[in-house]
Write a new protein. Structure first.
Length: 119
């Protein structure tokens, strides 16, 4: 159970499956509390048939239920980054140019960590 996020926000936008990791959700709640502003989730859990995942040669981190994309930019993006490091988030991706700015946060042990990248 989350203090800040609904099951619908974390469900697959393709099929509605709810397979989000509870421990990762606890970390997100703590980060949200520390940041003091709402996190707008653009992508959380994705089923293997989700159109983005279906195009990949290997399923991505979102299919593990241990990744989110948070719509955020500028000073709030910096605050999310600081809290991600404090909360030992091991995988961080940035899209901070143009429209659709977000930060990917992930901690699935199935993917190489630690790492940071830009889109």
């Amino acid at each position: 159970m989350s203090k800040y996020f609904t099951k619908q926000e974390l469900a697959c936008k393709h099929c509605g499956s709810q397979n989000f990791d509870e421990q990762f959700l606890t970390v997100l709640d703590s980060m949200r509390e520390a940041c003091g502003f709402p996190f707008i989730i653009s992508s959380a859990y994705r089923c293997p048939e989700h159109p983005i995942e279906a195009r990949k040669s290997k399923l991505g981190e979102h299919t593990t239920g241990m990744a989110v994309d948070i719509v955020v930019n500028r000073a709030q993006a910096h605050k999310v980054l600081v809290e991600a490091v404090k909360h030992d988030i091991q995988r961080i991706g940035f899209q901070q140019k143009g429209d659709g700015r977000f930060i990917h946060l992930g901690c699935s042990p199935e993917f190489p960590s630690p790492t940071v990248w830009s889109y």
